[in-house]
Design a protein. Structure first.
Length: 446
C-alpha cells in the first residue's frame, strides 16, 4: 500500500514510532495532487510551502518528544468556504476572487495547532448554493469515477479529492446535504456531526439555522479521527454491532419514482448485511419527508437571501447565474413563512426523536441515483436531483454517509442517522469492514 493510501490511525502510529515522517507522507500527497488534480480539478489552491513547513515542524516536534495531537503530521484539505489565514478563499465566487483571509477558521486553527498539514483549498459550489457552474473562477470539480459526471455539492472538491486519493480527509460544510450527497456520488465517507458540535467562526454562512461543519474521508475511522481532532464528538468504532436495534426507513425513498432501482437494491442489501452482522433490523417510518423538506427549504432560502440581499442589490452581476437564481427564489418568502417553518422545525425535531427512540440508529437513502453527467446541466441551469438529506439539517441529528454499492461504474450511498455520533461510527465501521464498497477506488493515471 502506498503512503497516501494508509489509514490515518496507521499513519499516526507510524509517525509516533518513527517508522514514517510527515515530510515523506506530505510529499506523497503532493505528488498525487500534481498527477491527478489536472483531471479531477478538486484543488483550487495547493499550499505546497505551508504543507512542507508544517510537515517539517511536525517531524521536529516528534523528534523532540512533543505530541501535539492525533492529527500531528497528517495532511488534510479545506473546502474553499472555510478560511485559512494567508491563503486565497473565494467561496466559489468571482465576487471574492483575490480575497485572502487574515485569520484561520476556528476548526482550521485547531488542526494546525495539532501539527496537521494543510494541503490546500478544494472546490465548492458558489457560496455553497447550487452547481456545477461554469461561470466562476474555477471550473467545477469532476467525479474521479467518471470525469464526465458531477461530484455533487456543495463540498464538491472535498469529495473529489478524497475519492481520487489526493488526501484522506477534507473539511466540508453541510446545510442541506453538502457533505453527504457528494460523499455518495464520489464513493467516500461523509460525517455530519450534530448541529452546533463544531464552531462555525471563519466559515462563510449559508443558512445559520441549518449550517453544519463536517468531514469527508476515505474511511469511517479516518472521518471519526479528524472530527474528534477538531473538537467534535469523539468516536471509536467497536468491533461488533451484534444485538443493536437498527431501523430501516425504506418507505422514505423506495416509492419515489426518482429512486434508481439499483439504489433500492443496494440499500436492501445493506440492511441484510447489518442483519448478518448480528444487528436486529426492522422496518420503520420516519416523519413525513416532503413536509420536512419544505420547512427546511423555506429556512434555507430565507436565511440565505437575508445574508446576501444587500450584495445582490448592489452587485447582482457579480453572482453566477445559478447562485443568483437560487437566492432570488427566496424573495417571495415572508417573515411569517419563516416563523412558521422554524416552528415546524421544532416539532420535527421532537417527532424525529420519537421515531429514533426505539433504535440505536436508522438506515435510509442518501442520494437516490448515481451522479448525473455534466451534460444534464446544459446552459448552466440548475437541475434538481432526488436526495434525502435536508431533514437532518432541520433536526440537527448526526448522520454518517457511506458507500454501499455501484451502478454503471458509479458509486451509490446510504445514510445512517441516530442520536449519538459514536454509535453511527460503530455501525459504519462494522459495515465497512464487512463489505467492499468503501474499499474500492477509481482508476486514475498516476
Amino acid at each position: 500500500m502506498q503512503l497516501a493510501d494508509l489509514p490515518l490511525a496507521t499513519v499516526a502510529q507510524q509517525l509516533r514510532a518513527g517508522d514514517l515522517t510527515s515530510v515523506a507522507l506530505t510529499e506523497a500527497h503532493l505528488a498525487r495532487i500534481a498527477a491527478r488534480n489536472p483531471d479531477v480539478r478538486a484543488f483550487v489552491t495547493v499550499t505546497e510551502a505551508q504543507a512542507r513547513a508544517a510537515a517539517q515542524a511536525a517531524d521536529a516536534a516528534f523528534a523532540a518528544g512533543r505530541d501535539l495531537g492525533v492529527m500531528q503530521g497528517i495532511p488534510f484539505a479545506i473546502k474553499d468556504l472555510i478560511d485559512m489565514a494567508g491563503v486565497p478563499c473565494t467561496y466559489g465566487s468571482r465576487r471574492h476572487a483575490g480575497h485572502v483571509p487574515d485569520r484561520d477558521a476556528v476548526v482550521v486553527a485547531r488542526l494546525l495547532a495539532q501539527g496537521a498539514v494543510p494541503l490546500g483549498k478544494v472546490a465548492t459550489y458558489e457560496y455553497a448554493l447550487v452547481g456545477p457552474s461554469f461561470d466562476q473562477p474555477h471550473p467545477p470539480a469532476r467525479n474521479p469515477w467518471n470525469l464526465g459526471h458531477i461530484t455533487g455539492g456543495s463540498s464538491s472538491g472535498s469529495a473529489a479529492a478524497v475519492a481520487a486519493g489526493m488526501v484522506r480527509v477534507a473539511l466540508g460544510t453541510d446545510t442541506g446535504g453538502s457533505v453527504r450527497s457528494p460523499a455518495c456520488y464520489c464513493g467516500v465517507v461523509g460525517l455530519k456531526p450534530p448541529y452546533g458540535a463544531l464552531p462555525m467562526e471563519g466559515v462563510y454562512p449559508l443558512s445559520p439555522g441549518l449550517d453544519h461543519l463536517g468531514v469527508m474521508a476515505a474511511s469511517v475511522g479516518d472521518a471519526a479521527l479528524c472530527l474528534a481532532a477538531m473538537g467534535g464528538p469523539a468516536a471509536e468504532g467497536a468491533h461488533t454491532i451484534r444485538g443493536l436495534n437498527i431501523g430501516y426507513a425504506r418507505d422514505w425513498f423506495a416509492t419515489d419514482p426518482a429512486c434508481d432501482p439499483a439504489v433500492l437494491a443496494a440499500l436492501d442489501d445493506t440492511a441484510g448485511a447489518l442483519s448478518l452482522l448480528g444487528a436486529r433490523v426492522s422496518l420503520t417510518t420516519l416523519p413525513d419527508y416532503p413536509t420536512m423538506e419544505a420547512a427546511g427549504a423555506i429556512i434555507l432560502h430565507a436565511e440565505a437571501l437575508a445574508h446576501h440581499l444587500a450584495a445582490l442589490q448592489a452587485h447582482a452581476a457579480g453572482y453566477g447565474r445559478q447562485a443568483y437564481q437560487s437566492l432570488v427564489s427566496g424573495v417571495r418568502l415572508t417573515d411569517a413563512d419563516l416563523a412558521q417553518a422554524r416552528q415546524a422545525a421544532v416539532r420535527m425535531r421532537a417527532a424525529m426523536e420519537t421515531c429514533l427512540a426505539p433504535f440505536d440508529a436508522v438506515l435510509t437513502g442518501n442520494v437516490l441515483a448515481p451522479a448525473p453527467p455534466f451534460s444534464a446541466f446544459a446552459d448552466d441551469r440548475a437541475v434538481w436531483t432526488a436526495m434525502r438529506t435536508l431533514p437532518f439539517n432541520v433536526t440537527g441529528h448526526p448522520v454518517l454517509a457511506l458507500p454501499v454499492g455501484f451502478a454503471g461504474g458509479l458509486p451509490l450511498g446510504a445514510q445512517i442517522v441516530g442520536r449519538d455520533t459514536a454509535m453511527l461510527v460503530r455501525i459504519g465501521a462494522a459495515l465497512e469492514a464487512a463489505t467492499d464498497a468503501g474499499a474500492q477506488r477509481p482508476y486514475l493515471r498516476t
